[in-house]
Each structure stands twice: as structure tokens, then as C-alpha cells.
Design a protein around this ligand. Sequence first.
Ligand code: AP5
Length: 207
Amino acid sequence: MSERISPRDVNVLFFGPPGAGKGTQADLVAPVLRAAHVSTGELFRAIQREETPLAAQVRAIMEAGEYVPDGVTVAMLEAHVKMLNAAQPELRGVIFDGFPRTPQQVAALDTFLGSRAEHVDAVVYIGVPLEVLLPRLLARGRADDTPEAITTRFVKYENATAPLLVEYERRGIAVHRIDGNQAVEAVKADVVAALSPLFKGQASRGT
Ligand code: AP5
């Protein structure tokens, strides 16, 4: 009897500066594509609510707008994706929102996906001018939406994370550049149009 080969996940990365709408769009399009939305920012906010030494460390880093160390981030991400694989076999793929953000995280994701005979299938870059983002974030008022932390987040993004897009383009991976300076529904339509062909016909892990 031949062994059934499990369908592999479609893996999509959402890139964009702080406040571009990565989380908003991933929440909206994940159900349409039947994908999991994995946000490292959300996972860290959940950790912050725990009464542990790690919670205090993560809170201080996030409120300063700095990046959590790669080792902590990668371990958390991998554990969460493995848990999703087991708990939600009906999903067809994963939207990684806010991960990877450093070259070390790119390498860790390559190894993790490679161990599952998977790879990054596409990148969505949501672009919004910085002068639009600042008032957006100040209006939201999250704990890390202070002028100082926002400035640090912008600088970290420009220096450490934006260059990673070039690396994915160099590999020949499709990078979809979406105008995020439109109404939320218009951005969603553009993201769904870019990603639908990738997910079309993709069987879920449970089939
Ligand atoms: P994270 O939560 O990922 O923060 P971020 O990248 O700074 O992004 P935001 O959540 O602020 O913005 P977004 O692009 O998701 O936009 P959103 O949809 O929320 O990470 C937080 C922190 O965690 C990091 O600073 C770091 O410390 C740590 N961390 C996370 N990942 C890490 C990693 N991989 N490595 C190390 N550390 C990590 O929208 C923003 C606002 O705009 C909302 O109010 C929304 O309603 C509004 N909005 C959205 N779209 C529109 C639109 N089209 N028009 C008008 N308003 C809009």
C-alpha cells in the first residue's frame, strides 16, 4: 500500500513597516485563503500577560520598540506553528506576520520549513509612507505606540528588516508590493488577488 503524501503548506510572509496594516490584512485574508495567521507580535503580547520573568523581559523590549532576541522568537514561532499543524489540519497554509525580521530569523525559517519539505512561497509587502504611519500609530495608542518607541521601530525596520525583501527577490520568490495607503477593503482586495492563485487547488492538510 502506498503511503499518503501530506499536502504541504503554502507559506506566505507579510512585510511592511510598523502600522502598515500587516495584522489587519492577515486577519482579513487568512479565513478567505483558509490559512493560519501567525503574528509574532501577538504571540509576544500573549506572553507579556503571563506572570513570568520572560514576560517582564519581553514587555520591556517591546515597550522600547526593540526586537526580542532571535533565539526566543524562533523557539516561540516554531512551537506555535507545530501546535497549529496538529490542532488545525484543515488549514492550507500559514501567513507569517512580522516574521522573519533579521537574517538569523530568515535562516531559522529556511531550516524549519526545509525540515518539512516546505519553503517560502510568496512575500506580501504592504507599503505606506512614514508620514501616514506616525499619526495612525499614535491614534491607536498601544503600549509601544509612543513617539520614542515608534521611532525606534521605524529605524529597526529600515535597518534590519526591509533589506530582507531584497534577499527574497534575489531568490526569485514572488514579492507582491501592495499599496497600503488605501481603504482597508481596497488593500484586502489587492492582497486576496495577489495570493488567491497560490492557494487555489491547494488541498488542506486534512484531505
Ligand atoms: P508587531 O505587533 O508585529 O508590531 P509592528 O511590526 O510594529 O506592527 P504593528 O502591529 O504596529 O502594525 P501592522 O503593520 O500589523 O498594522 P496593524 O494592522 O496593526 O510587533 C510588536 C513588537 O513585538 C516588535 O516591536 C518587537 O518588539 C516584537 N516582535 C514582533 N515580532 C518580532 C520578531 N520577528 N523578532 C523580534 N521581535 C519581534 O494596523 C495599525 C493601525 O492602523 C491599526 O490601528 C489599524 O486599525 C490601522 N489601519 C490598518 N490598515 C489601515 C488602513 N488601510 N487605513 C487606515 N488605518 C489602517
